[in-house]
Design a binder for this molecule. Structure first.
Ligand code: F6P
Length: 324
């Protein structure tokens, strides 16, 4: 392989830049040229590319976002869009790809490679941590710390006013961020898309704590929690039916996607970036890198996309024990 293209796609995540840096430098070390494809698959279709060298990735290891920019491309879902993308790769002499993103990115990559026969290696980057085949995705650890820092501040005011706070965190389809940040911030309850708990059950649960002289409570709600319709609706229902509670809502939003990556995310990104180039040179294709039991692993896109990653039931149980 002579020339590798690299792109970031889907929701950005802190640590993507550290991964880009590692891919670029590892490729150069193995005598490959590197081309940055801007704005994910959109840039591949529209031929927005930039040659990269080791200086292109100087001073980015500590930066959030992605220097390659990101996008969600509708056009790449069409055979015509993918054909145009492939023609551009051929024109640029790009013979392999490293794609950094989440399940949408890898699904696009999987279809593309089956049509165009180009080796692709994926690096999991999403704050949602919802990819089967890896214990951690790049960005998840940083987002966790961002949430915990915010909830610590909310806890101060919740306690001062003896209030209940519903804090909505990201996770459209998955509760990993909610569950772990909830435990780390000592939440009284955690609502995730994977498990149904309606507002009446939640009230009864919180009421038990109040009967034991708890004056304030923190409830972490994943944005994909469907049964109550998210933190705002949940708060309104509780307020209407149980006027003894005076709830407040904080939606953390995109603050969770930005910021300087944690040391853990930087190290994971660096390891995966180097392994991506090794995997391509070893003849691997259409695989996603993972971090499983602290070791770097490979899993075919097909397998990673076929399975739904499960929440750790032990962590869910922990909240019940720790929030009495
Ligand atoms: O990055 C993942 C994620 O944060 C989801 O949890 C969230 O629903 C989604 O991205 C929102 O992304 P966007 O604002 O780019 O549509």
């Amino acid at each position: 392989l002579k020339k590798v293209g690299i792109l970031t796609s889907g929701g950005d995540a802190p640590g993507m830049n550290a991964a880009i840096r590692a891919v670029v430098r590892a490729a150069i070390c193995s005598n490959m040229e590197v081309v940055g494809i801007m704005q994910g698959f959109h840039g591949m279709i529209n031929n927005i590319v930039e040659p990269m060298n080791s200086r292109s990735v100087s001073n980015i290891i500590h930066k959030g976002g992605t220097i390659l920019k990101s996008a969600r491309s509708q056009e790449f879902r069409t055979p015509e869009g993918r054909k145009q993308a492939f023609d551009n790769l051929v024109e640029n002499g790009i013979d392999s790809l490293v794609v950094i993103g989440g399940d949408g990115t890898f699904n696009g990559a999987r279809i593309f490679s089956s049509e165009c026969n180009i080796p692709i290696v994926g690096i999991p980057g999403t704050i949602d941590n919802d990819l089967y085949g890896t214990d951690y995705t790049i960005g998840y650890d940083t987002a966790l710390n961002t949430v915990v820092e915010a909830v610590d501040k909310i806890r101060d005011t919740a306690h001062a006013h003896s209030r209940i706070f519903f804090v909505e965190v990201m996770g459209r389809d998955a509760g990993f961020l909610a569950l772990r940040s909830g435990i780390a911030s000592g939440a009284e309850a955690i609502l995730v898309p994977e498990i149904d708990m309606d507002y009446k059950q939640l009230y009864e649960y919180l009421e038990k704590g109040h009967n034991k002289d708890k004056s304030s409570s923190i409830v972490i709600v994943a944005e994909g929690e469907k049964i109550n319709g998210g933190a705002i609706m949940l708060s309104e229902k509780i307020k209407k039916e149980y006027p003894s509670f005076d709830p407040r809502v904080t939606i953390l939003g995109h603050i969770q996607r930005g910021g300087s990556p944690s040391a853990f995310d930087r190290v994971t990104a660096s390891r995966m970036g180097v392994s991506a180039i090794e995997a391509l040179n070893d003849g691997q294709r259409n695989v996603m890198l993972g971090l499983v039991n602290k070791e770097i692993t490979l899993i075919p896109f097909n397998q990673a996309l076929k399975h739904k990653k499960q929440l750790n039931p032990g962590l869910l149980e922990l909240t019940r024990v720790l929030s009495i």
